[in-house]
Design a protein around this ligand. Structure first.
Ligand SMILES: CC(=O)N[C@H]1[C@@H](OP(=O)(O)O)O[C@H](CO)[C@@H](O)[C@@H]1O
Ligand SMILES: [Mg+2]
Length: 547
């Protein structure tokens, strides 16, 4: 097979010209931005995925087109490596360089990647591509596929799928189907069979009821949940809201990010019995949070930290009862509620570590344990089992029937990446086995009140951080001022960092009371505006501000 790089250049210039010189960076979760500027980025990512596949000996590389929790006009793209991990960091730089060169320099840049990485361009290449349900996604998917075709790679289009489904397809294909069948039906079948076997016909137990409300964020998660319901043997009774039909916009006033950050139910929430379990996922269904309203109308959130602690407690007990010895560990980020970290360390007595934001960091750290549980507070996470853990569990099944539950859990969990639907089915399994309702679940510890703010600044990269983003290094002096502010609040903690997905600086604050939290976040927000070049509107002063 011969490849003429001229064709790539001609293709790009004719069909996907670069229409902006604004630099774009491969961030926390790939490239993100306004959809109208992304055609050339998509074409080039198709090209890069093809090269990456050749570099990895013809293994399947995945490309997912989505902007996850971002508003509807945004879109984005991320690459999935052969084992289902996020793209290797050194290739993030290659990706950034490739999308930022001019059309004229594209041919030379592609040649450079081939040369630097000694890629055999005549070898075979396989790329899987999928997209969320944004109206501009089909156009962008075509651009990715054209990028693959320009380099004579093989492309398989999966249409509208969730991000975790794409990870599952890639791993299934690269393990020659040992992980599952790389099809939509294969995915449903794997999860549903494990879930139903774990229920074993027992749909309600103790305080656990079989009913829940599912907020699909008007995204792909809603569509897929409806497909799950069709295939499940009534093992869960689910009402799906924000299905993405009609006028609802993706993530607008609904979905996991809205519910977590605003700390309130989606605007379109129907009236339900107090204490009904409600679930919200984000636009590409890789995050999940639970929430409920009590009998006085008060909203309560059960976020990623709650899911992580529930899973850790349950798995620890189960492993113990199987009489096997496995090293279990939990990974969080700085956004984890301080009360959850205390609970993990002091009550569960499980080792816990803190890493920078972004699933790639959490996943990597979790691989150090036999059973590694990782969740971002926003509900993005999963559990990974080492090969050693899997063999010990498989061995235990021969002598202890309880180990069968562990084996089924491994099938239910999408180990490749955080998966909102798989995580939800896991939580439902655990609550069902324990006979727990949301009151039992939330009573394990009390969250510290917390608040996140987004601050607009001229250039968010003036902020740099260290110690898993908990300490701000630049601008000089900002951290000292934050420390001073924090010292005035009981159980106070605050940090700032530039977002990797939005053009904002994020402020996080927690403290013993809601009032203190509001004040602390406001104070730190003002500090960022003053010392890091704030350009946004004046911050709203909390009612009780003492400043
Ligand atoms: C505070 C927060 O929720 N940050 C999110 C958000 O990253 P930022 O870099 O903070 O924009 O999007 C990431 C991708 O979805 C997710 O991994 C991360 O947790
Ligand atoms: Mg997402």
């Amino acid at each position: 097979m011969s490849i003429n790089l001229r064709t790539v250049y001609a293709f790009a210039r004719e069909m996907y010209p670069k229409i902006t010189t604004e630099p774009i960076q491969y961030g926390t979760a790939g490239f993100r931005g306004k959809a109208e500027f992304l055609d050339s980025v998509m074409f080039r990512m198709g090209v890069l995925a093809t090269l990456r596949s050749r570099f990895r000996g013809g293994s399947v590389i995945g490309v997912m087109i989505t902007a996850s929790h971002n508003p509807e006009p945004d879109n984005g793209v991320k690459l999935i490596d052969p084992k289902g991990e996020m793209l290797e960091p050194s290739w993030e730089t290659i990706a950034t360089d490739l999308v930022n060169v001019s059309d004229q320099d594209l041919e030379q840049q592609v040649a450079k990647i081939i040369k630097d990485n000694q890629i055999d361009v005549a070898s075979s290449s396989h790329v899987y591509v999928g997209m969320d349900n944004r109206y501009h996604s089909p156009r962008l998917l075509k651009a990715v596929s054209d990028g693959v075709i320009a380099l004579k790679g093989n492309v398989r289009e999966f249409g509208i799928v969730t991000t975790p489904m794409m990870h599952y397809f890639v791993v299934s294909a690269n393990t020659k189907e040992a992980y599952g069948k790389p099809t939509e039906e294969g995915y449903y079948k794997k999860l549903i069979s494990a879930f139903e076997e774990l229920r074993d016909g027992c749909l309600e137990k103790g305080n656990y009821r079989n009913y829940l409300v599912f907020d699909g964020a008007n995204g792909v998660g809603a569509r897929k949940m409806l497909q799950f319901i069709k295939r499940m043997n009534k093992s869960l009774d689910i009402t799906v809201i924000n299905q993405g039909i009609g006028s609802g916009k993706i993530n607008e006033d609904c979905g996991a990010d809205y519910v977590k950050v605003q700390q309130r139910p989606p605007k379109s929430m129907p009236s339900v019995e107090p204490f009904t379990r409600c679930v919200s996922v984000d636009g590409d269904a890789d995050r999940v949070v639970y929430f409920f309203t009590d009998d006085s109308g008060q909203f309560h959130l059960l976020d990623g930290d709650r899911i992580a602690t529930l899973v850790a407690g349950y798995l620890m007990d189960l492993i113990k009862s199987c009489e096997i010895n496995l090293r279990l560990g939990l990974v969080q980020t700085a956004y984890a509620n301080g009360a959850s970290t205390d609970y993990i360390e002091n009550e569960l007595k499980v080792p816990v570590s803190c890493v920078p934001t972004g699933v790639k960091h959490l996943h990597h750290k979790a691989l150090e344990y036999d059973v590694g549980i990782y969740f971002e507070a926003n509900g993005h996470g999963t559990i990974v089992f080492s090969d050693y853990a899997k063999s010990v569990i498989a061995q235990a099944v021969t002598t202890n029937p309880k180990a069968k539950t562990l084996l089924l859990l491994i099938d239910l969990i999408n180990e490749t990446v955080g998966d909102a639907i798989s995580d939800m089915l896991l939580v439902e399994t655990i609550l069902n086995h324990k006979g727990w309702d949301v009151k039992d679940w939330i009573s394990t510890y009390n969250d510290l009140p917390n608040r996140q703010l987004k601050i607009k600044v001229k250039d968010r990269n003036v902020i740099t951080t260290t110690d898993a983003e908990r300490i701000c290094v630049k601008p000089v002096g900002l951290q000292d001022e934050i420390n001073m502010a924090v010292s005035n609040y009981k159980r106070g903690r605050a940090f700032v960092r530039p977002s990797g997905t939005e053009d904002v600086v994020r402020v996080y604050a927690e403290a013993a009371t809601k009032e203190d939290t509001e004040n602390l976040s406001y104070e730190v927000g003002l500090l960022v505006q003053r010392l890091a070049g704030g350009v946004g509107p004046e911050l709203t002063k909390p009612n009780n501000a003492h400043l």
